[in-house]
Design a protein around this ligand. Sequence first.
Ligand code: ADP
Ligand code: MG
Length: 683
Amino acid sequence: MKASDSIRNISGIGPKRAEAFGEHGITTIEELLDFYPRKYLNRKIMGSFQTETEESVTIKAVAAKRGTLRRIRKNMSLFVLPVVETLENGEPVKGEIVWFNQPYLRDIFSENETYYFFGKVVIKNNRRQMYNPQFAHESKLEDFFILTPVYPKIEGVPGESLKKYMAAVFKQQMLIKDDLPKRYQKKYHLLSKEQALKKIHFPDTPEDVAEGKGRIKFEEALKINIGIMNSRALNGVSKISLDNFEALRRFAKGLPFELTASQLKVLDDIVDDMKKGIVMNRLVQGDVGSGKTIIAVACAYLMALNGYQTAYMAPTEILANQHAANFKQYLEPYGIRVELLTGSQKAKERNAVLATIASGEAQVIIGTHALIQDSVAYYNLGLVITDEQHRFGVKQRGRLSLKGETPHTLVMSATPIPRTLALILYGDLDVSYIDELPKGRKKIKTYFYNEKSYPKILNFMADEMNKGRQAFVICPFIEESEEMSEVKDIQSVFSEVKQFYGSRYRIACLYSRMPAEDKKQIIDAFNSCEIDLLVATSIIEVGIDVPNVSVITILSADRFGLSQLHQLRGRVGRGMHQSYCFLVSNSRNEQTIERMRVIVNNHSGKKIADEDYRLRGPGDYFGLKQHGFPEFKALNPYEDFDLISETKRVATEIYNSSDKETMAYRARIIETFYKNLSEISMN
Ligand code: ADP
Ligand code: MG
């Protein structure tokens, strides 16, 4: 049996089980070995009936009776065993062990015998209980105290069988392929892969687990570093030559506001990049409202002055429209021509725009991903600016580069990703942070209310609108299949709001399935203050920039992710007015309340991202999978940041080595790195 053989070679795995494993991507023995326990039961951790526990603990106790079996319902029985634990000071504590639907236990326990029970302690009304614990008689403890792995559930494969298969594999004298060249293993005193796997699947102590996982993590951290190094090496020599950098200062002076220190620093970073003569790949990360757009405008200005075109790619048509208007406002006074290219333009209009792009008359082109279609030929593309929502994989970026002379790229990100994740997601990019908001911005006052308060909130919004402010009411997007749910759909929210206010205000409604033309009309009207109140789905999440809006009410707020709520809130407070955000939800679920509290109490995207991560764990973080985030078996990119930095040195060594085995290893890593990174959806 070899590690690369099918798991069908393991006795006990037939076609059915193999299929069940296949669902989890496990087809070979090697893949089975890379399926790690989710956690370990450590029955050595002793507890007492004195204290309630969140995790399972072991209690040593004497059976006070043989126990009684009770039938509760037709299909439900309870077996209750009264026990007595003796504390260190000799005092007895009475407890009750309860099992559901295990009537055979009636014949198992003997009065006055000592047993060990492993479970959670629950104390209610002075009754001390343990439900469905594992147990052993004191004479049969050999296996009881062994650290027991618990694997993630695989439908159709009982946990006990899985453990048997693992044991069967380890009984064989089998060569488990060790990717990492031996010389590094020796040099850095690492376990072999086989040793590591053995410690992970059959540990004696928690230290074994840490050591085994440590070895796997080390290699995963190494792989990240090598992948990043390679991507950076792709950033080749730039053929774009720029001059006139001081014009940027003049441009900044002409703005109606003063740039923040952070914004100026970012511009400096960009200028430095451009002077270096290599292709710029820079990520600008800044919280909502921190003023990223003007950075993009300034760069487009510089490019145009030097005779190069800039393409700005926005995630939605609404945003593209908005940005086009913005860019025009800033750049047309300098005689720079800004054009818009979107998917919904009619053929005639589109062809006219395409012609101006090809001839170079269009100096700045704003659009959706229509911008990278084959029909678009640029005259002299020098800079591509993309929005993080459309994080382009290496492949897509490459595709764009082919359209121009290796254009510089700038990626704008409002999603506050912790540094670690940024490193991995954007490892091939340099990062600049805008970490302050423009002067004079006031904290958005945020409140969490029950639906009962909704009329009061509507009255509050009326007060704001009477002062000349504008407002949003946001509701979640509802799939038709969810018709029965308690969440109101946008049409009913819209009619309710209209009914509440009568004809006092100009109210409109906006959602993504509307015809593009209608959407544009509504947004234009909202921008020019012809609409007081906009009822919308999260379609407005990014990009609507109206400084006059001072209040946003988010209905069924529990339906939204934390970072999404933060983005939505960022639609207000963009001017000098004190702004307000109301989160409305009837959910009294503890987690929901805690999540809402995070938004109420925090105003920095970074902080919210951290909290989000803490509450949700890494699994679902920002839909990392959709972002093409590589999957890790052992590494937690958030917690193991230090390890990632520490392995950098080893990675450099491997990256620059001319040893044959090492070079082959490096090539394998790079191949899989791209396979993981480049599968990025472009909705
Ligand atoms: P975001 O980073 O979310 O894209 P924007 O670029 O849309 O933010 O900027 C938000 C608002 O702040 C815009 O109205 C913009 O004109 C304004 N703004 C940007 N920079 C400054 C500044 N330095 N001082 C004052 N207002 C600014
Ligand atoms: Mg923006």
